[in-house]
Design a protein around this ligand. Structure first.
Ligand code: PLP
Length: 389
C-alpha cells in the first residue's frame, strides 16, 4: 500500500473535517520518519509539539512496555503509583508545594477543566485573546479567539470577551471584579508562534490579582520543555493560578494535565470533575520516563541554544523577515505569503513542517533533535526559499 492508496481509503472512511493527508507515515526513529512510499523525512513538526523525544525513544518504549505488561488501566476508583509520581513531578516543576494536578487526555479537556474550576469562584466571565487557540470542544472553542473555527457552531459560551493578544491596556479594561478567569498562551502557537511583549504576562498577573480573577496559562503547546523552560511562562517571574499542559506531556501518548497553583488547588471538591482515562498508568509511565530523560540530559539548556542557532542562521536567508519563538517552538516569518509553497518544497526535500499562516512556517521538532539534523533543515530551507522565489 502506497501513500495514494491510503489517501483514497482515508477519503472513503474518515470524516472530512481534515484535508485528506497526501502522505501516510508508517514508522520512525528519533526525528526520522518514513512514509508509505518509503520516502524518508526529518520530522520538524514532532506531531505538532508532541513527540518531545521523537519517535520510539528507548526510554519511553521501555517504560510503556513495562507498564502495559504489568497493569493497563485502573479507573479513578483506585490509585496508581505512576499517576502519583507524575503529579509529584509536575507539582515540583511549578515550584509551589500547594499545587495539585488533574489528569485528562487532551488540551481541550484541560482547558474545559479550567473553565469549570473558574466557575467555583462564583463568577462566570472570562477574558481570552484574539487569535488564540485553546481547543475545539464547545467550552474550549468559546475561549479560542479565531472566528473561522467558531462561526458554524454558535451559540457558544456567553461571557467570553476577546481582547488583542499583547495589548495590556485592552486587557486591563476587560478584566474587572466579575472576571472569573483570564486565559493566555505564553506564546501563541497555532496563530503562528506569536511572542507577546516582555512584561505582558506580568501585567496580566497584576490585573488578575487586583480583581481576584484566576490567571490561566495555556501551556498546552509551550509546555514540557518546548521553549527551554518547563511551561513557557517562567521567564516572566509570575505565579499563575492554573497551568494547562497536554501535547508534549505524554511524549507521544495522549495525556494532559491541569495544574492548579496555590489556593486555587482547593477549589474542586469530590464529584466536581472527572475523566475515565485521566492519569492512566501507561500514558503517565511514558511521561515520567520522558521528563526524567530531559532532566538528566539537560535538554532545556540545549533547546535554548538550539533557538539561538536556528534564529541566527535562518534570519539571514533571503525572503525571511523574522524568526520568532523560544526553544524549539519556532515561527519563521516570510516576507511574502508563500508559506504553503515553502512547506511543500520542504516536504519534497524530505522535511516535515507546518504552514501555520500564509506567511509563517512553524517548526516544533523533538527536543532531542541533533545539531546535524537542524543543520540539514537550515540548508534545505535556504534551498526551498530560493526555489519558491
Ligand atoms: C493544541 C492546543 C490546544 C488543544 O489541544 P488538543 O489536545 O488538540 O485538544 C489547546 N491549547 C493550545 C495552546 C494548543 O496548542
Amino acid at each position: 500500500m502506497k501513500n495514494k492508496d491510503f489517501a483514497d481509503l482515508w477519503s472513503q472512511n474518515l470524516m472530512s473535517n481534515y484535508a485528506v493527508p497526501s502522505i501516510t507515515l508508517v514508522n520512525g526513529k528519533g526525528s526520522i520518519v518514513f512514509d508509505a512510499d518509503g520516502k524518508k523525512y526529518i520530522d520538524m513538526l514532532g506531531g505538532i509539539a508532541t513527540n518531545i523525544l521523537g519517535h520510539s525513544h528507548p526510554a519511553v518504549v521501555s517504560a510503556v512496555n513495562r507498564q502495559i505488561k504489568t497493569l493497563s488501566h485502573v479507573s479513578n476508583f483506585y490509585s496508581h503509583p505512576n499517576a502519583i509520581e507524575l503529579a509529584q513531578i509536575l507539582v515540583r516543576l511549578t515550584g509551589d508545594k500547594q499545587s495539585r494536578v488533574f489528569f485528562a487526555q487532551s488540551g481541550a479537556e484541560v482547558n474545559e477543566a479550567a473553565i469549570k474550576l473558574s466557575r467555583k469562584t462564583g463568577r462566570t466571565r472570562i477574558v481570552a485573546m484574539t487569535g488564540s487557540f485553546h481547543g475545539r470542544t464547545m467550552g474550549s472553542l468559546s475561549l479560542t479567539g479565531q472566528i473561522s473555527k467558531k462561526i458554524a457552531f454558535a451559540p457558544l459560551l456567553k461571557n467570553v470577551k476577546h481582547v488583542p493578544f499583547g495589548d495590556v491596556k485592552r486587557a486591563r479594561r476587560a478584566i474587572n471584579s466579575r472576571t472569573a478567569m483570564v486565559i493566555v498562551e505564553p506564546i501563541m502557537g497555532e496563530a503562528g508562534v506569536i511572542v507577546p511583549p516582555l512584561n505582558y504576562l506580568k501585567e496580566l498577573r497584576e490585573a488578575c490579582t487586583k480583581n481576584g480573577a484566576l490567571l490561566v496559562i495555556d501551556a498546552v503547546q509551550t509546555g514540557i520543555g518546548r521553549t527551554g523552560q518547563w511551561f513557557g511562562y517562567e521567564y516572566s517571574g509570575i505565579k499563575p493560578d492554573v497551568i494547562t499542559v497536554a501535547k508534549g506531556l505524554g511524549a507521544g501518548l495522549p495525556l494532559a494535565a491541569m495544574i492548579a497553583v496555590g489556593k486555587t488547588s482547593q477549589l474542586f471538591e469530590p464529584g466536581d470533575h472527572g475523566s475515565t482515562f485521566g492519569g492512566n498508568p501507561v500514558t503517565t509511565a511514558a511521561s515520567i520516563a520522558a521528563i526524567k530523560w530531559i532532566e538528566k540530559n539537560k535538554t532545556l539548556a540545549k533547546c535554548k541554544a538550539d533557538f539561538k542557532y536556528l534564529s541566527s542562521n535562518i534570519n539571514s536567508i533571503p525572503g525571511v523577515s523574522e524568526v520568532r519563538g523560544a526553544g524549539l517552538l519556532v515561527g519563521i516569518a516570510l516576507q511574502k505569503n508563500i508559506s504553503s509553497e515553502v512547506a511543500e518544497a520542504l516536504q519534497a526535500k524530505g522535511f516535515l513542517v507546518n504552514a501555520a499562516n500564509p506567511n509563517t512556517i512553524r517548526i516544533a521538532p523533538a527536543l532531542n533533535i541533533s545539531m546535524k539534523e537542524l543543520n540539514q533543515f537550515v540548508k534545505a530551507l535556504k534551498e526551498a526559499m530560493s526555489d519558491v522565489h
